[in-house]
Design a protein around this ligand. Structure first.
Ligand code: HPA
Ligand code: ZN
Length: 339
């Protein structure tokens, strides 16, 4: 590990954009497939990884939903969450706000009780083992209807312990945010916070729609926001967090090279951007790998990297006191760094 990578690992960070189903490693997919008598359309663990050659968001989602089908029991969801939290802790993540896609599981006949039990127990065990904390973000699938989202939230209501927010993911182009305004309003009335994927492949209008029609406090990706200068000014003025995922945008051909990613331009514009992994097992890297990729692509300094770690803390839903503690630790790690 390079000196700079060790420095980034030592910086206290949060991860705010990671889909738990996107942390399913090929080896675990195979193991769970065998254990559950589930036939995967792959010959071997290597065959799974070879299928990960994406041309756009949809080409990834098709394989991602197929992979998630091996998850059946509370123990399976526990194993998935425990493995992610162990890896996050090794990368210096102190707190994670983790997406899950309930409709992917309920549509297969796996009820909320099953996955929520696995998630919750794994989160509690990781916390007592390493101190890492995690909250869950319930994502609605935008390729399904607004009515489906409302029905999902009603089914979720008895199981919201540990859930901090709702989100919106899946196929973006042609699925604007507005049809989900009722589900998001209900969620806010339940005391949940709101975030949404927007401006990943879709136009900047979807970012504006997520802010105005859904009332979200944070935008996931949002890379196309730069096409609308009024929106950029609003994001800057209101310091609306954008959770960027450089290796995801590379894998999904949003950008051809990491050097073409908008992260540095956004940092220079004064936008509140953070670095995240999205679907690390599919996109070739956990959070530290994402920091590493942008560090080499843009020659980021230790001050830039401390800013990104601080942004991840500011952008989280942690309370003010924990934010202050973690930010003070960032300052201490930065001032102790020589290089
Ligand atoms: N975009 C939209 N939906 C998703 C993603 C993403 O990057 N990852 C998992 N579901
Ligand atoms: Zn995502």
């Amino acid at each position: 590990m390079s000196g700079m990578d060790e420095f980034v690992r030592d910086l206290p960070k949060t991860e705010l954009h990671v889909h738990i189903e996107g942390t399913l490693e090929p080896g675990m997919m195979f193991g769970l497939g065998e254990r559950n008598g589930f036939d995967l359309p792959f010959e071997s663990v290597d065959g799974v990884a070879e299928a990960y050659d994406f041309t756009n968001l949809q080409s990834f989602l098709d394989i991602y939903y197929q992979g998630a089908a091996v998850l059946q029991t509370p123990g399976d969801f526990y194993e998935l969450m425990a493995a992610y939290l162990e890896r996050a802790d090794a990368d210096g993540v102190r707190h994670a706000e983790i997406f899950f896609d309930p409709q992917t599981h309920t549509a297969r006949g796996i009820p909320f009780e099953v996955f929520m039990q696995g998630f919750r127990e794994a989160i509690a065990d990781a916390r007592s083992r390493s101190g890492v904390t995690a909250d869950l973000i319930l994502c609605f699938l935008r390729h399904l209807s607004g009515e489906d989202a409302v029905a999902t939230l009603i089914a979720a209501e008895p199981h919201l312990d540990g859930v901090i927010a709702v989100g919106l993911d899946s196929s973006e182009v042609g699925n604007p945010p507005e049809p989900f305004s009722e589900a998001f309003q209900m969620a806010r009335e339940l005391g949940l916070k709101a975030v949404a994927h927007a401006g990943e492949e879709g136009p900047p209008e979807y970012v504006v729609g997520a802010l105005d029609a859904l009332g979200v406090e944070r935008i996931d990706h949002g890379v196309r926001s730069l096409e609308d200068s009024q929106l950029v000014e609003r994001l800057r003025r209101d310091q609306i967090p954008l959770t960027l995922c450089p290796l995801s945008s590379l894998a999904l051909k949003i950008v051809e090279r990491v050097e073409d990613h908008v992260i540095k331009e956004m940092m220079d514009l004064g936008l509140l951007v953070s670095v995240n992994s999205d679907d690390p097992s599919y996109f070739g890297g956990y959070v530290l790998d994402n920091y590493s990729a942008v560090t080499s692509a843009f020659g980021l300094s230790s001050v830039n990297l401390a800013d990104l770690a601080r942004n991840s803390i500011t952008s989280s839903f942690l309370d003010a006191e924990r934010k202050r503690e973690l930010a003070a630790e960032v300052d201490a790690v930065l001032s102790g760094y020589e290089g």
